[in-house]
Design a protein around this ligand. Structure first.
Ligand code: HEC
Ligand code: HEC
Length: 506
């Protein structure tokens, strides 16, 4: 009798607990076998090419992709609200499929699939791992973390304390500037063996798991399963994690910069900046140019690490200087080569220009020109004293040869500082040599870029490239190109003021 009463009490308590509303993940997944059935053909149509027939992350495209597509069989999901190593909630998987994972090849599907269809695919990919069935059978659902007390803002002091905590906990991977150049960064690996780089924390637009403060909190708290990025909630107080979030929030840019079609070289009277770190460079805006992997010709290359560059340029009556800078998590060659890349190639960078300024819009072939329209390559390599660049004549990506002695007239100064290269190329405006470009003021000159990350095994055709952009030497006599838009703006604003004034009067 007593037993019965006890049993009844117990089930009432359990029932009440369920009704009061436990976190949804404690409830059994609401997805059904029928949904999984419906999800299968969607998966086979849209996902199989990357994730593979049985979801082992081994689709036809997988070998070309870094990071690799997720292996659904081992079910090590990365961007979850559950702690490192634990299964994710259904809604987390839904979200990754709907929105995609920025900065990777995983697209978002919310424009292609309805919510119901996405839930169907979630149901299906869960059937690819026995871990979910086992968890369901045992009614063991990992507990998601709670994200509460989100600060509305951070004081300077919070951010300072956040940086102190960052130094203790994060710099060995993410580096003192957050650009991903920590001392251990070059040797990090994913559980499945691939190399993995710590995120460049300034590039919020490639955060996979969201770049809002609460997302960053979650990443730091739970860690990223399968990667060296550890969970911090077990070792740190939430308020300390929030301070680190405050620091990351202070360096993250959420939108990618606008791509510059035209790089304006600005005229200066007198001397050009002497060094890549010269303050004078700050007078110019950073022109942003994205890089892509060279997957067109020769030994194609799918896994570049360098994502983009910034370019600025000054010229005077005799010389032009072009400053290129970019984030690179390691300066190569390394002092101690790593096991993965024993060749320890040097970093290298080339500016590409036509040998003569084309008339009209025609440009040489973008991969180092061809016989009909060769290109000049100014190629710097990080194995000299950092003072020179080779002048090469390019007639194709596997056909770039050193020009003669008299054409070797490019000086370079380079510095590497905690995850960022700054490389300054300087040459005479006019050299009067056949096959060597003479710059002209006011003309649109095609310009393109090639970059080799030595410590990513890049050499020869295996490199990051850009398409053609334009370089324009701003005419010193005409109206300053920077002032021009400003003046137009003022005229429009002036006109509006006048209209308002008139309307008020009338
Ligand atoms: C072009 C290749 C590609 C296609 C197509 C693709 N994925 Fe992915 N997917 C990836 C890559 C790469 C990753 C891993 C990214 C990472 O590790 O940061 C990934 C990761 C995922 C994840 C893991 C999210 C996490 O938090 O760990 C899910 C879920 C997923 N994909 C579902 C799908 C579904 C469903 C489809 C089809 C509707 C699909 N993917 C199609 C490349 C692809
Ligand atoms: C042992 C090395 C290591 C440490 C320590 C580490 N991280 Fe990471 N972190 C990584 C790696 C590797 C990735 C990239 C994971 C990936 O691409 O899947 C990463 C990714 C991230 C991301 C990007 C998440 C996203 O959505 O894309 C953030 C933010 C981040 N880390 C912040 C931190 C902060 C803050 C700390 C210190 C509290 C820290 N990390 C400590 C290695 C580390």
């Amino acid at each position: 009798m007593i037993d019965m009463k006890y049993m009844l009490m117990k089930s009432i308590v359990v029932l009440a607990a369920m009704l009061i509303g436990m976190p949804s993940s404690f409830a059994e997944s609401k997805l059904t076998a029928e949904q999984a059935e419906n999800g299968k053909p969607i998966y086979e149509k849209l996902c199989i090419g990357c994730h593979g027939e049985r979801g082992k992350g081994d689709g036809a495209a997988a070998n070309f992709l870094r990071p690799r597509p997720r292996n659904f069989k081992i079910a090590r999901y990365k961007f979850t609200y559950t702690m490192y190593g634990k299964l994710p909630k259904d809604s987390t998987i839904f979200n990754a499929i709907a929105v995609g994972l920025p900065g990777t090849s995983m697209p978002g599907w919310e424009d292609t699939l309805t919510d119901d269809q996405i839930w169907d695919v979630v149901a299906y990919i869960k059937t690819l791992s026995r871990k979910f069935t086992r968890a369901e059978k045992k009614k063991r659902y990992p507990k998601p973390i709670e994200i509460v007390d989100v600060p509305k803002e951070w004081t300077g002091e919070d951010i300072k304390q956040g940086y102190e905590l960052f130094k203790k906990n994060c710099v060995k991977c993410h580096g003192v500037t957050g650009l991903g150049s920590g001392s251990t960064a070059v040797a990090l690996k994913h559980d499945l063996g691939d190399r993995i780089w710590p995120r460049n924390l300034t590039r919020g637009w490639v955060y996979r798991g969201g770049n809002e403060p609460k997302d960053i909190f979650r990443t730091i708290a739970t860690g990223i399963t399968g990667t060296p990025m550890p969970a911090h909630l077990e070792t740190m107080k939430p308020e300390d994690i929030w301070k680190i979030v405050g620091f990351v929030n202070s360096i993250v840019k959420r939108e990618p910069p606008r791509v510059s079609e035209v790089i304006i070289s600005r005229y200066v009277e007198g001397g050009l900046p002497k060094r890549p770190t010269d303050k004078k460079w700050d007078e110019l805006p950073l022109e942003y140019i994205p890089l892509v992997s060279q997957i067109v010709e020769g030994n194609r290359w799918f896994t570049t690490t360098l994502e983009s560059i910034y370019v600025r340029s000054f010229y005077n009556n005799d010389y032009i200087s072009i400053l290129v800078e970019y984030d690179d998590p390691s300066q190569s060659p390394l002092e101690t080569p790593i096991e993965m890349f024993p060749e320890n190639e040097p970093d290298s960078f080339a500016i590409q220009l036509p040998t003569i300024i084309p008339t009209g819009m025609e440009k040489p072939y973008f991969l180092n020109g061809d016989d009909d329209a060769p290109v000049n390559l100014w190629k710097w390599t990080n194995n000299t004293n950092g003072n020179g660049a080779d002048a090469l004549l390019g007639k194709g990506i596997t056909n770039a040869v050193l020009m003669d002695e008299s054409s070797q007239n490019i000086t370079v100064k380079s510095v590497y500082d905690n995850g960022r290269w700054k490389i300054m190329f300087t040459r005479k405006l006019k050299v009067g040599q056949e096959s060597n470009l003479d710059f002209e003021v006011g003309k649109y000159i095609p310009i393109a870029f090639n970059a080799w990350d030595g410590n990513n095994g890049e050499k020869n055709e295996q490199r990051a490239i850009s398409i053609w952009y334009w370089l324009l030497l701003d005419s010193p006599s005409s109206m300053n190109v920077y002032l021009f838009p400003l003046i137009i703006g003022l005229m429009i604003a002036g006109g509006e003021v006048w209209l308002i004034f008139k309307a008020k009067k009338g």
